[in-house]
Design a protein around this ligand. Sequence first.
Ligand SMILES: NC(=O)c1ccc[n+]([C@@H]2O[C@H](COP(=O)([O-])OP(=O)(O)OC[C@H]3O[C@@H](n4cnc5c(N)ncnc54)[C@H](OP(=O)(O)O)[C@@H]3O)[C@@H](O)[C@H]2O)c1
Length: 279
Amino acid sequence: MKVLVTGANGQLGYDVVKELKLRNIEYYGATRNDFDLCDFTGTEKFIIAYHPDVVIHCAAYTAVDKAEDEKELCKAVNVDATENIAKICKKIDAKMMYISTDYVFDGEKDSYYEIDDEPNPINVYGQTKLEGERAVQEILDKYFIVRISWVFGDHGNNFVKTMLRLGKEKKELSVVDDQIGSPTYTADLAKLLVDMIQTDKYGIYHATNEGECSWAEFAEEIFKAAGMEVKVNRITSSEYPTKAKRPKNSMMSKENLIRNGFKTLQSWHKSIIEFVEHK
Ligand SMILES: NC(=O)c1ccc[n+]([C@@H]2O[C@H](COP(=O)([O-])OP(=O)(O)OC[C@H]3O[C@@H](n4cnc5c(N)ncnc54)[C@H](OP(=O)(O)O)[C@@H]3O)[C@@H](O)[C@H]2O)c1
């Protein structure tokens, strides 16, 4: 099996490549130096020349707030380039794995989102990721769409690293307490993704670490795991306004993973301890 990973320099792509290497699976980790996703012809030439059996599409426009001002670029990367990759996969009969997000939902539901709940994005990034999902579904039969949330990994910037940095500088921090979701540790997720591509159990999946929390609870646990004494003041989203709106509830049901015999990820509490130990 030959696997092409896009966004190999990103948080998730980096760990997916690491996992493929560990399992002795032939792979290529593509970065912007290999092809810009917005260069459709260059992307096609590169992928067809490598001729993978699977494309794990981790690259995306991920700047959620900036996307509100850069709609065109965000759409070009998350929708048009995804559609291009899906068409290339169709041409070479490759499986495609598309990484999506909890931000396809509006967060108004008061229980877990199921895979067939109607998406209703409330920001530009979420809207483009949803349109990317739909392009994949229209073009391909052999696809995995994996919705993840609150991503953190060793490579790249994320909330955990920001908290650890700020925690060294301040004794007290204010963190939003009215958005509930599940963190996803890229090292854990990469194992599941590599398991999944070796099957033909296509469809939509939700995959995050087990358990939920608010950002404030997440921050408290990060400081606890790192042995840092930092007071977390719980604030509301309206006290911390951002350019893009975020869903209040991001909890996603992992039912489809379980139904298809995949192992769910460990609890986010355990992951955060492992992450801090790695540092
Ligand atoms: N981060 C989260 O909290 C989160 C939550 C839910 C879902 N997701 C999804 O999970 C996936 C992985 O996210 P991540 O956090 O690993 O993202 P990331 O760290 O921001 O990495 C994204 C990668 O995409 C590459 N990229 C962007 N535009 C490109 C272009 N035009 N041509 C070529 N490469 C381009 C970037 O390359 P450069 O480094 O050169 O810019 C970067 O390496 C994405 O699909 C994202 O939508 C993320």
